[in-house]
Design a protein. Sequence first.
Length: 163
Amino acid sequence: MTTPSREEFAAAAAALPPASLLRRVCAMIYDGLLLLALLMIVTAFFLPFTGGEAVRWATFPLLTLLYWPTLAGAVVIYFGMPWTERGQTLGMASWRIRVQRDDGYLLTWRDVVVRLAASLLSWAPAGLGWVWALFDPQRRAWHDKLSRTRVVLLPKAGKAAGG
């Protein structure tokens, strides 16, 4: 068995259809619940230092300087580890979608950070960056375009990519 060339790999990856916005939103809801649980666990590690109170700037300024970057790091790790290893979070796997670079390869850590930062722009103006995907021929949201990534629909198990 031969390894496909870069061109063959890119062609096969490009042949995958774009994921619908509905699938993406459903995966996002699933991942949102898992991410919320992770952030609650991270927060729980800070509570012994606050006597069980919320980590707020007014009462714990130095701890707050550690808390918020830790939460941001947890978000980057939650998405980055699965995206760089297999292209899917648990929510994405449940809906048979995968994020990949425009060349068809898995994201690098740099791609992850750019995609997550760009996703803030998709949310900022009342979610218009997401609505854009409804009208884009490739179903790409703003952060997909800015990070040069795309979310594709994977074939059902047991089916070949072409048929």
